[in-house]
Write a protein of this length. Structure first.
Length: 248
């Protein structure tokens, strides 16, 4: 049982539970042969991720696979702890993202790059939360493999390229839920951004992104259905011309 608490847990459609974690998000999916996750939080989130699988009504022994949006530690950090208990769980990512997922070196903002921004109280608060989430723990997922088209045959999930944030960033469409899981290709809000910003589809703070120009191109090309399940910020859905948090 985890001592960490999610910011929100929302059932957005049958078999789809969105978790706005303490610092980053993940999704629990019911599949025909068991349970899947999209992403797995920070290293300190392992127990919380498993708790949310149970909260969604599943047995953790039925966890079969994890689809990864990208290999930053706040999205794959929980995987080593999960795999230590459930070694048969598959970890799937785009082929270009495997170096980031497998680690320990990965394409993400460095402490030196963050250091120059600590004059911002928002960045300092985010960094404090990240360090408490064990962001500095070396994270490796050597068993991660590249997904293929066959991995999605007969499944209610489809990968969609979202490169730029990292080399192989991937979004996942959930057509039956009229939703998309975007990782950090598009977020609804981030702790480094002003708290006054209303949640809606937006770009993450640029210094987290490897190639901002390419990320902007990818974001513009993403299909945005009725529900956005981002890597940071609450799940949001369309109400007329506006976006509002799911469940609000």
């Amino acid at each position: 049982m985890s001592s960490r608490e999610p910011r929100s847990v929302v059932s957005v459609a049958p078999g789809v539970v969105f978790v706005e974690g303490p610092v980053s998000n993940w999704v629990v999916l019911a599949e025909e042969d068991g349970v899947a996750l999209v992403d797995a939080g920070y290293p300190a989130d392992t127990d919380l991720v498993l708790d949310t699988v149970r909260y969604a009504g599943h047995d953790v022994d039925d966890l079969r696979r994890v689809y990864v949006t990208h290999g930053h530690v706040d999205h794959v950090g929980g995987l080593p702890g999960i795999l230590a208990r459930f070694p048969r769980v598959e970890v799937l990512a785009h082929a270009d993202e495997l170096p980031n997922v497998r680690g320990p070196e990965r394409q993400q903002v460095t402490p030196a790059e963050i250091g120059g921004r600590l004059a911002s109280p928002r960045v300092l608060r985010w960094l404090t939360r990240a360090v408490r989430s064990e962001a500095l723990r070396p994270t490796t997922v050597p068993t991660a493999r590249a997904f293929t088209a066959r991995d999605f045959e007969g499944r209610a999930i489809t990968p969609f390229p979202a490169v730029g944030h990292t080399a192989g960033s991937t979004a996942y469409l959930l057509p039956a839920a009229d939703a998309i899981v975007t990782g950090d290709a598009v977020v609804s809000r981030h702790d480094t951004q002003p708290a006054s910003w209303a949640p809606r589809p937006r770009m993450i703070t640029p210094f987290f992104t490897a190639d901002q120009e390419r990320a902007l191109e990818s974001a513009r090309a993403l299909p945005i259905p009725e529900i956005l399940l981002p890597g940071h910020g609450p799940a949001v859905h369309r109400v007329g011309a506006e976006w509002v948090p799911v469940g609000a």
